[in-house]
Design a protein around this ligand. Structure first.
Ligand code: HEC
Ligand code: HEC
Length: 223
């Protein structure tokens, strides 16, 4: 009799514990799902923003706006940096309303929209990632393939060629740091951050190291 009561108590405790764990697990799943939804839901892609908002004028070139797909009209903008173009959009210019007439847009959404329009019009920019969900850093190889090779592959306008040690060694005579800084600021035919506004300083360093070492040091596999 005593024994049965004991067993019953243990079973009751176990059931209680199990129920508690089940509740905890459910709460955890809810929490994770909510965070995923937030990370995905808060910031729209450039395409969505453009289709929903900017296209109202830019699809047809209404009021003298540069038309999406008009390479000539956009070429002068795509030479600017993403941050300077974004600043114009935030502030507005002449017939272009501040924020593209939508104050709810985040800076990242505007940057993405600008990038999308530039890319629809002959550009090759990379859409910035949401700060609510940071992207995995890109390898030097990926960055060079996506951007720097446009000029550094063939040595356009005197750009030091990828893997050409003779061209790179004199530039690196004072070490990597001053060259990284100089490439971030840009000079001569070298645009600021190599024309890739969302490149972090660490990524810039990786890209330069990759261009210096190409063909001599075994390549790291792209992540
Ligand atoms: C109500 C119409 C309208 C909407 C909506 C609009 N634009 Fe514009 N946009 C214009 C006009 C007009 C110009 C040309 C301004 C000028 O140079 O006189 C312009 C110019 C621009 C430029 C070139 C800036 C420069 O330096 O001259 C960019 C970039 C741009 N818009 C981005 C956007 C983005 C991104 C959106 C959506 C978030 C957007 N626009 C929504 C009318 C619009
Ligand atoms: C539009 C063409 C262009 C693109 C794109 C470009 N570069 Fe350059 N880059 C140049 C030119 C031209 C020079 C030589 C500038 C000079 O010495 O006056 C240069 C020089 C450099 C230098 C040497 C700087 C110095 O002070 O000696 C570095 C480092 C560099 N680029 C890195 C990069 C990286 C990294 C990328 C990609 C993220 C990139 N570049 C993309 C054209 C470009």
């Amino acid at each position: 009799m005593k024994q049965t009561a004991h067993v019953a108590r243990i079973t009751a405790t176990n059931t209680g514990l199990r129920a508690m764990f089940a509740l905890l697990a459910a709460a955890l799943v809810m929490f994770v799902l909510q965070n995923i939804a937030q990370a995905q839901g808060t910031e729209r892609s450039g395409k969505d923003v453009v289709t929903g908002i900017c296209a109202n004028c830019h699809a047809t070139g209404a009021q003298g706006s540069p038309k999406i797909g008009d390479k000539d009209a956009w070429s002068k903008f795509s030479k600017q940096s993403l941050s300077s173009l974004t600043a114009v959009v935030l502030k507005g210019i002449r017939q272009m309303p501040p924020h593209g007439a939508n104050m709810k847009l985040t800076d990242t959404e505007i940057k993405r929209a600008v990038t999308y329009m530039v890319n629809q019009s002959g550009g090759h920019w990379i859409e910035p990632t949401s700060r609510t969900k940071p992207a995995a850093p890109r390898t030097g190889q990926q960055i060079v393939a996506a951007q720097c090779s446009k000029c550094h592959e063939k040595g356009l306008n005197g750009a030091p060629k990828i893997g050409d040690r003779d061209a790179w060694v004199p530039r690196l005579k004072d070490g990597l740091d001053p060259v990284v800084r100089s490439a971030i600021n840009g000079h001569g035919g070298m645009p600021a951050r190599g024309g890739m506004a969302n490149l972090t300083d660490a990524e810039m360093r990786e890209a330069i190291t990759y261009m210096f070492n190409k063909g001599r040091v075994p390549e790291k596999a792209a992540k």
